[in-house]
Design a protein around this ligand. Structure first.
Ligand SMILES: NC(=O)c1ccc[n+]([C@@H]2O[C@H](COP(=O)([O-])OP(=O)(O)OC[C@H]3O[C@@H](n4cnc5c(N)ncnc54)[C@H](OP(=O)(O)O)[C@@H]3O)[C@@H](O)[C@H]2O)c1
Length: 259
């Protein structure tokens, strides 16, 4: 990033990874603009972080995005960094997910981040300065059990980031995607993730959120296309290239409920 302190936007800042990004980045930012639906959570953060601004935004509402984002740019300035972090899944097989739920998952995890990119990219390109960091998931690498629409949305977000990175090579506008494995957040408290099997996975493999976010923050100093947390999850690409059926076995073992 440039020596000037950046304006950093974080979606999904009311809990988990987004709230921790706000806490870790506020001191090095000119301001952090925090987006989510739960304003009480955002206000609790802005009370702690003097340069934080809270914006109520439902990413499942494209009209609200189209109205609110240009207002935020006018009022608080063009972002130097955009963390497209907000997201959610429904831990259920595709056959048990309604078409409306499927569309909502795609809207929040894929279309909304894409829409935010359309709003901020022209300003970043004009300034030849900026970084878009899309929080995807390890599910983007191989669709796990109970994650069909979520994995599809995150895989779409990864592919979009890759194209953007290729299209803007060699300039000072960077694009990264993050593939977290299991990070201990409220993500696993609702939407069907609160099963004994999933809770066991979280207890066994879950990474503390502050530790995971520290790695994500490093992307600002050393931009790179892909970050997996934990890093060895990158190996899934190699396993898949070597033997898709072995990759399927491994992913099924971690995601399919045994009981
Ligand atoms: N935790 C993990 O192990 C893990 C693994 C892989 C990927 N991820 C990804 O990491 C990101 C952050 O997740 P997390 O673990 O921090 O989960 P979290 O604690 O549940 O946080 C999710 C955030 O997304 C926001 N959000 C959800 N639906 C929204 C909507 N319709 N409009 C606006 N904001 C919305 C929530 O805010 P409001 O409810 O206040 O709107 C909340 O701030 C997500 O994209 C998730 O898919 C997490």
């Amino acid at each position: 990033m440039s020596p000037k302190q950046p304006i950093i936007w974080i979606t999904g800042a009311s809990s988990g990874i987004g709230a921790e990004l706000a806490r870790q980045l506020s001191a090095r930012a000119n301001r952090v603009v925090l987006f989510a639906r739960r304003m009480d959570r955002l206000t609790a953060l802005t009370d702690l972080l003097p340069n934080a601004i809270a914006v109520s935004l439902d990413l499942n509402n494209p009209k609200a995005i189209a109205e609110i984002i240009p207002q935020v740019i006018d009022e608080h300035g063009q972002p130097d960094v955009l963390f497209n972090n907000a997201g959610f899944g429904e831990y259920r097989p595709v056959a048990q997910i309604t078409e409306a739920e499927h569309q909502q998952i795609m809207q929040v995890n894929y279309h909304a981040p894409a829409s935010l990119i359309h709003h901020v990219l022209p300003g970043m390109l004009k300034a030849n300065h900026g970084h878009v960091i899309n929080i995807a998931s390890i599910a983007a690498k191989f669709g796990p059990w109970g994650h069909g629409p979520y994995a599809a949305a995150k895989a779409g977000l990864v592919a979009l980031t890759q194209s953007l990175a290729i299209e803007h090579q060699g300039i000072n506008v960077h694009f990264s995607y993050v593939c977290p494995g299991i990070i201990k957040t409220e993500f696993f408290d609702t939407h069907g993730y609160d099963t004994p099997h999933m809770q066991k996975q979280v207890a066994k493999h879950g990474i503390p959120v502050d530790k995971a976010v520290k790695k994500m923050v490093k992307l600002l100093d050393k931009p790179k296309l892909e970050l997996c947390v934990p890093g060895h999850y990158r190996m899934l690409d190699f396993v898949k290239a070597l033997s898709p059926s072995l990759a399927m076995k491994l992913v099924a073992g971690g995601s399919r409920p045994s009981e």
